[in-house]
Design a protein around this ligand. Structure first.
Ligand code: CA
Ligand code: CA
Ligand code: CA
Length: 377
């Protein structure tokens, strides 16, 4: 956690603060990360959320704060987001409303994986391939009935190598494509976790597991913290112990995102990508989240060498997993490879579903000098 942000939270429970002012110079929390005039309010954990929507609107009229209520978070996560509200009015809101723990600016986040265009879009040819990452973590053979909640760009539900539960899937964002994945990243992540062991295409770490797609990022792989929190709130309200929630995305440090991950982890284990900024993972969200039921994952290549783009630092990183040139499912019944900590996290999500994680070897050349253990079954 960012020390100065923490001080601010403890010092004044109703303080409005800016990540621009609070973040250290080395962090990515620069101006371009902030969504203008958009705020995330986090309520104290004992607040009754039944009347939260009405309370927000009442506070807006009472305090003369102008803005548009966007999301209300009322399951594990308690809070709300607003658009079109000035910094001055956000302060008024925080002062007028009872039970506000803190407010932070909304911020942009994105996928933590890069498509290799020379391999993407290939149909499956011949027999099933076991991707190197699945072999490295001893994946395969899943008999449980857990669900993998993939909070991402969507998942192609028609891909024959995936088992997607449409009824449990949901899009948080307005999208002309509806539930489907226009980017490819979410479909790729889903295949790493659970592509079927059916003799064709690829196989995942927990083959054939039910995938629930929670779409929070657009066709460019980009999104905002308040939508990601809404996706987490949705997944946490339905996930059970034995499920896993995967977050292969990231951006600058955002306390509200980290707290949402922490609160969601009361429902099921949350696995998060460390981030691809070649920096200290403590400066990025959600990778910096620390909790007993939260796993932060860095990336290695097929020689167990730490990926040059992966964030580092223990804490918050718990282990490393395969994340370079990973072959998996892509939309339209095709396959291709991606690189990033986005690919490392779902390997560990698959292990969580299988129910047993151990370590085998370490990531060589880890920049923090403390070589991350490699998670395997
Ligand atoms: Ca397969
Ligand atoms: Ca950790
Ligand atoms: Ca390390």
């Amino acid at each position: 956690m960012n020390f100065r942000v923490k001080q601010c939270l403890l010092g004044a429970s109703l303080a409005v603060f800016s990540m621009v002012a609070s973040a250290p110079a080395s962090a990515q929390s620069n101006d371009y990360d902030i969504v203008p005039d958009s705020w995330i309010f986090v309520m104290q954990s004992d607040v009754n959320t039944m009347y939260l929507e009405g309370d927000v609107k009442k506070a807006m009229s009472k305090g003369k704060a102008k803005g548009k209520l966007k999301h209300v978070y009322k399951s594990r996560i308690k809070g709300f987001s607003v658009d079109g509200m000035s910094t001055k009015d956000a302060k008024i809101m925080a002062d007028t409303m009872d039970g506000v723990a803190y407010v932070v600016p909304n911020s942009y986040m994105q996928i933590m994986g890069t498509k290799n265009f020379s391999t993407a879009g290939k149909p499956a040819i011949g027999n099933q391939t076991v991707p190197w990452g699945v072999a490295r973590v001893n994946g395969g053979q899943y008999k449980g009935n857990g669900i993998a909640w993939v909070v991402d760009t969507g998942v192609d539900a028609r891909h024959p190598d995936l088992r997607v539960h449409k009824g449990k899937s949901k899009s948080i964002i307005d999208s002309s494509r509806g539930m489907t994945d226009g980017q490819g990243h979410g479909t790729h992540v889903a295949g790493i976790i659970g592509a079927k062991d059916d003799g064709t295409g690829v196989v995942g770490v927990a083959p054939g597991v039910t995938i629930a797609s929670v779409k929070v990022l657009d066709d460019n792989g980009k999104g905002t913290a308040d939508n990601i929190i809404a996706g987490l709130d949705y997944a946490a309200s339905r996930a059970r112990s034995g499920d896993v929630i995967n977050l292969s995305l990231g951006g600058g440090f955002n306390q509200a995102v980290n707290d949402a991950v922490l609160r969601a982890s009361a429902s099921a284990t949350v696995v998060v990508a460390a981030g691809n900024y070649r920096g200290d993972a403590r400066n990025y969200s959600p990778g910096s989240t620390e909790g007993d039921n939260v796993l932060t994952v860095s990336a290695i290549n097929s020689s167990d060498v730490f990926s040059s783009s992966s964030n580092f630092g223990n804490p918050p990183i718990d282990c490393a997993a395969p994340g370079v040139e990973i072959m998996s499912t892509l939309p339209g019944n095709t396959y291709g490879s991606f690189t990033g900590t986005s690919m490392a996290a779902p390997h560990v999500a698959g292990l969580v579903l299988k129910g047993n994680i151990s370590f085998d070897g370490v990531a060589a050349n880890d920049p923090d000098g403390n070589n991350d253990p490699i998670c395997v079954f």
